[in-house]
Design a protein around this ligand. Structure first.
Ligand code: FES
Ligand code: FES
Length: 155
């Protein structure tokens, strides 16, 4: 076991972990934040996407020990206690049905908008390529990201 300390949504979480523990399991089990989902075992679905030191990563591809000393933001911390513009936009544009992929979609979209506040439709589709949705057909998800970009620009 190795002791690690990760700042998750502004709260320090210190735990002993096995070297093989994945960041996604650390977040769900040690930090108790189950908004980060596990949707595959092949690193393809993106449901586990979080921000690690400000950049979107699939947390099933990162060992918890690699995140020692880092800052992680999960879907629970994105809006700082309120609904983030992306969460509002996904609801208003019907960008979710079952909602399983939504946390990962939103974390990837937030990463995109932090780097490119006014992305084209093509840029949005490329940024979300690593996130799979089994319900929505993606059109409303893209519209939701465009909607959020507009509201963030006028906020
Ligand atoms: S659970 Fe991480 S990509 Fe699917
Ligand atoms: S809303 Fe169901 S998987 Fe995307």
């Amino acid at each position: 076991m190795t002791q690690i300390q990760v700042t998750v949504n502004g709260r320090v979480v210190a735990r002993d972990v096995e070297p093989r523990t994945l960041l996604v399991h650390f977040l769900r089990e040690a930090a108790g934040l189950t908004g980060t989902h596990v949707g595959c075992d092949t690193s393809q679905c993106g449901a586990c996407t979080v921000h690690l030191d400000g950049r979107g990563v699939k947390s099933c591809t990162v060992l918890a020990v690699q995140a020692d000393g880092s800052h992680v933001t999960t879907i629970e911390g994105l809006g700082n206690g309120a609904m983030h513009a992306l969460q509002v936009a996904f609801r208003e544009e019907h960008g979710l049905q079952c909602g399983f992929c939504t946390p990962g979609m939103i974390m990837s979209a937030a990463d995109l908008l932090s780097r490119n506040p006014n992305p084209s439709e093509d840029e949005i589709r490329r940024a979300l390529e690593g996130n799979l949705c089994r319900c929505t057909g993606y059109h409303n998800i893209v519209r939701a990201v465009q909607h959020a970009a507009r509201s963030m620009a006028t906020a």
